[in-house]
Design a protein around this ligand. Structure first.
Ligand code: PRX
Length: 662
């Protein structure tokens, strides 16, 4: 971990955009004063504030105690009972939302399906009954490995209905990655599809599931949606067609009354070791913030059509494709395929045809569109849009301004939302009717979120100085643990930085939540994210661990040692660069590079394939044997090594790597 003082601060961006009066007039939070009021209430009495907000959920049994905080363990709304799927569906059926579209879906080949709240409720109840009939009980884990089709949302909500925590695994991950995640959670059942459409091709998912399940002894059944129509292998007794099971399932399934702290889902994400972490979220606190941010940050109105382009395999797809918008009674748009298929204007054509009003995507997508120029967007009438959002990585001011001008036609506020798998919901973001924005800054923490930028001793750093981004108090949608690994949870998130004070003087030091991100605040207190300070890469908004890719590389028979770093990339944000030492006698050649790329894709997934592989006889190491990643990062970025090299054991290694560069 670098010293905060060494976190470089390069960005300087002076422009500022005030909320437009016509937007503020209609907004849920319509002025700076109103937002400040909320912030003050939350600061004065955080528990009272969250308790008041939590009344907006539908409870089966009210809670007794708002918060039990025994660091690192937090529990919220103790003693309460509710059901997340009932909050997303049943509660809307009594009024006018019953016939409102809950989900509009477009497949990559172009077909459109629409589900009203009533219809979605029926599907979810039916699938909950299918799960029960296949032996899934409260507490059992269900893995979901699916394309972006409505059935993915139905499966998630059906799990929530019966209290079976789901573990959605991004369908771009390999069979091996799926197997490891199934085994870590000891899942009982997998829901998948024969295949899904991507760039005009069928991605065969059932094959991957078959390979994974062959080494996953806890799996009893595989439920398969017929989506792509491709041939699949079939294991009678184990495998079940979704459509056949649904045809005979009842549409009546009471929502299970679940404790506020009952697990809702596990979602694997990369940390700074080779083993992905199963981030655990529970019911009430998670749902509360997912729903509330729909109002605060997206300013959701009954007539909005909300499109979050994330895949359900990532946390954004959990909180802002499924749970948040449905709990808020929104109409969501869901799209199966690739952004540039069949042409560069697919997204813009969808926005125009469906009349999307709120569009939420990743900076990497915006940069890819920017490269294509404004013409594909100009072919379409995007005047239906009223709010734009970004998430997943820092957005460079240039991309922000392009998004604002070309997509938003200068009329739409942009909400740059900072959050993480672990935080469950948006934490730092503009409230669009109230917060002036600055391109490149996620602006300020939401009410009730006590984020700050501090040094190693927990002291806030002065304006303009880089430091560690921390959250000082627990918040309702925070992760509750790492599945099956409480000590890693404590070590990773709550043992790095504490409130300042001296234990010797008897001052109590409370641990802060450590985000793993560097940040700085400017003179207005605005937050500017500086990226990860641990060994986590952010490639196209997806989190990858350098160690995970390294262990995939060294599992190849030709590799003796490998080190992986990120280098800046104009579109992806970061690109994976691997320095590889082949085993003695192995010919370092282009074929081996291709082979290693395929090997990483098999072990993790195509997203982790190194963009560059550089062979080296040895890696630069300290005298104690630690790989000096900082040097490799500087080399990967194409520059020469300028930093301190005095701890390097063998300078000639560096000299050779540098001469390769020239
Ligand atoms: O480094 C931050 C970056 O993405 C990380 C979280 O990744 P993940 O858990 O996969 O969740 C992504 C979607 C919520 C953070 O630690 N990040 C996310 N949003 C932003 C961001 N960096 C800068 N600005 C953002 N708006």
């Amino acid at each position: 971990m670098p010293e905060p003082a060494k976190i470089s601060v390069l960005l300087k961006e002076g422009r500022r955009f005030k909320p437009l009066p016509e937007f503020s007039r209609r907004a849920h939070v319509n002025s700076r004063a109103a937002l400040e009021r909320l912030r003050r209430q939350a600061a004065r009495d955080p528990e009272g504030f969250w308790a008041a907000q939590a009344r907006s959920l539908e409870w089966i049994k009210p809670w007794r105690k708002t918060l039990d905080w025994r660091p690192p363990r937090a529990r919220w709304f103790l003693g309460g009972r509710l059901n997340v799927s009932a909050n997303c569906l049943d509660r809307h059926l009594a009024g006018p939302l019953r016939q409102k579209a809950a989900l509009i879906w477009e497949g990559e080949p172009g077909e459109v399906r629409t589900f009203t709240y009533q219809q979605l409720h029926g599907e979810v109840c039916r699938f909950a009954n299918v799960l029960k009939s296949l032996g899934v009980r409260r507490g059992d884990r269900v893995a979901i490995y699916m394309p972006m089709i409505p059935e993915a949302a139905v499966a998630m909500l059906a799990c929530a209905r019966i209290g079976a925590p789901h573990s959605v695994v991004f369908a771009g991950f390999s069979a091996e990655a799926l197997r490891d995640r199934i085994n870590d959670a000891a899942a009982k059942l997998v829901v998948t599809a024969d295949g899904g459409w991507r760039r005009g091709n069928v991605v065969r998912l059932k094959d991957a599931v078959d390979a994974a399940v062959a080494q996953a002894p806890t799996i009893e059944h595989v439920v398969v949606v017929k989506r792509a129509g491709c041939e699949v292998a079939w294991q009678p007794g184990r495998d079940v067609w979704w459509q056949e099971a649904m045809a005979v399932a009842s549409a009546a399934c009471p929502a299970s009354p679940l404790d506020s702290e009952h697990p809702l889902f596990i979602l694997y994400t990369s940390g700074s070791t080779g083993k992905p972490k199963g981030v655990l979220h529970t019911q009430a606190g998670y749902l509360l913030q997912a729903r509330l941010t729909m109002e605060w940050v997206f300013d959701l109105k009954p007539e909005d059509l909300f499109w979050c382009t994330a895949d359900v395999g990532w946390v954004t797809g959990h909180s802002y494709v499924v749970y948040g918008p449905l709990a808020a009674g929104a109409t969501i748009l869901m799209y199966e395929g690739a952004p540039l298929h069949p042409g560069p204007d697919r997204f813009w054509s969808m926005i125009e045809r469906h009349k999307v009003t709120i569009f939420y995507t990743a900076p990497t997508a915006i940069r890819a569109f920017m490269r294509l120029g404004p013409e594909p967007a100009r072919r379409h009438d995007l005047s239906c849009l009223r709010l734009l959002g970004t998430v997943g990585e820092p957005i460079n001011p240039e991309a922000w301004l392009w998004y604002h001008k070309v997509i938003g036609n200068g009329r739409c506020p942009i909400v740059d939302t900072w959050w993480q798998t672990e935080t469950g919901a948006i934490m730092i973001a503009p409230v669009p009717g109230a917060t002036p924005t600055k391109p490149g800054s996620a602006t300020l923490p939401l009410p009730g979120i006590e984020a700050d930028v501090v040094d190693r001793d927990g002291r806030p750093v002065p304006a303009g100085t880089g430091g560690f981004l921390v959250v000082k108090r627990p918040w309702p949608s925070m992760l509750r643990g790492i599945y099956g690994d409480p000590s890693r949870y404590a070590a990773q998130y709550f043992s790095q930085v504490s409130s300042p004070g001296s234990c010797a003087r008897g001052e109590r030091r409370t641990p802060y939540y450590f985000t793993g991100d560097g940040a700085r605040r400017d003179e207005d207190g605005y937050f500017w994210m500086l990226g990860r300070i641990d060994d986590v890469l952010n490639v196209a908004g997806h989190r990858l661990s350098t160690m995970e890719i390294e262990s995939a590389l060294v599992s190849h028979p030709s590799v003796a040692e490998a080190a992986v770093v990120g280098r800046p990339d104009e579109v992806l944000g970061q690109a994976v660069t691997a320095f590889v030492t082949p085993r003695v006698g192995v010919q370092a050649c282009e074929n081996l590079k291709d082979d290693l790329r395929q090997h990483v894709a098999r072990a993790i997934g195509a997203i982790a394939k190194p963009a560059d592989i550089r062979f080296t006889e040895a890696l630069p190491k300290t005298r104690s044997g630690k790989i000096m990643r900082r040097l490799l990062r500087e080399l990967a970025a194409g520059g020469s090594v300028r930093g301190d090299v005095t701890t390097l054991e063998d300078l000639s290694v560096l000299a050779r790597l540098q001469s390769d560069e020239e």
